[in-house]
Design a protein around this ligand. Structure first.
Ligand code: PMP
Length: 297
């Protein structure tokens, strides 16, 4: 297995990063997780746009332009002979002396890890997963904006620890005003009175790429979508709940705290619509002819 580190593909076993890397020392860096279907990276442009946005929000100049990153991603996939994969792209501030000043680091560290995608258990999709609302509150935007997809994951990890202690799959955090935000690695949706509800960006969430696709698909299906501020009472009184992210896609929720839900009609419909959207996207990229960042046979 190979990874892409800085400017080249190297065997995993040879890939090392300095103990002075500020990503390691201070969590100073950003990342993206992408899903590859049949050789095609789903929504690659959207992921790279978000990577650039995260970089600019922390004042980090990416060491490569978009095309060079796309080539690097596809080279990593090809070196590992992967067509259904999980790709993690990380850029840290790089190596520098001790101290928080980002200018101490002259060059960012750029890393791509690609692994074969392991399907989630079918039972998750058939029965749904369990959520809790943890005590840990989501970082608020004026402190550490959740729109920065950063290496600083302790906020989410603290909530995840609570979820694990409660034997739940995911923790759905509230913001400091007690409004719903998002899971530790996912966005949340629920259906109430036939309306598809999801916390708005202003509540302090990462604007998930899957979230955006699901909103578009729901609108196309004639479902009313409401992005806004919601409380935990709203989700307790919902008829269906699901979470989304790049790898989970549309994952039904069977329980939030003590409230239980069936895997309902809207969740199933959007799950199917999402799968179809992926198929159409992949077919479209593959038919656009061989290119380094499309699929080439
Ligand atoms: N929120 C958080 C905190 C996340 O880590 C993720 C996963 N990247 C998401 C939402 C979902 O984002 P996406 O749909 O782009 O994977």
């Amino acid at each position: 297995m190979y990874v892409y580190l800085n400017d080249r593909i190297i065997p995993r076993s040879e890939a090392v990063i300095s103990i002075f890397d500020h990503g390691f020392l201070y969590g100073d860096g950003i990342y993206e997780t992408m899903r590859v279907y049949n050789g095609v990276v789903f929504k690659l442009d959207e992921h790279l746009n978000r990577l650039y946005r995260s970089a600019s929000m922390i004042g980090l100049a990416l060491p490569k332009d978009t095309d060079a990153i796309k080539i690097a991603v596809y080279e990593t996939l090809s070196a590992n002979d992967l067509s259904n994969a999980y790709v993690r792209l990380t850029v840290s501030r790089g190596r520098g002396p001790l101290g928080l000043d980002p200018d101490l680091c002259k060059e960012p560290t750029f890393l791509i890890i690609a692994e074969e995608f392991k399907e989630y258990p079918k039972a998750f999709y058939e029965n749904g997963v369990r959520l809790i609302i943890p005590k840990t509150k989501r970082n608020f935007p004026e402190a550490l904006n959740p729109q920065i997809k950063s290496l600083n994951f302790l906020n989410n990890i603290l909530a995840k620890i609570e979820a694990k202690q409660a034997d739940a799959y995911e923790a759905l955090m509230l913001n400091i005003s007690g409004k719903l935000t998002e899971g530790t690695i996912s966005n949340v949706f629920f259906i109430k009175d036939e309306i598809l509800c999801t916390p708005s960006i202003e509540c302090g969430i990462l604007d998930g790429i899957t979230r955006r696709v699901v909103i578009e698909l729901a609108t196309r299906e004639g479902i009313t979508v409401k992005e806004g501020e919601f409380t935990k009472q709203d989700i307790y009184s919902a008829s269906e709940v699901f979470i989304t992210n790049t790898t989970l896609e549309v994952m039904p929720v069977s329980r939030v705290d003590d409230r239980t839900y069936e895997v309902g009609r809207v969740t199933r419909l959007l799950y199917k619509a999402y799968r179809q959207e992926v198929k159409a996207y992949v077919a479209d990229v593959r038919s656009s002819g061989p290119s380094i960042w499309g699929y080439s046979e």
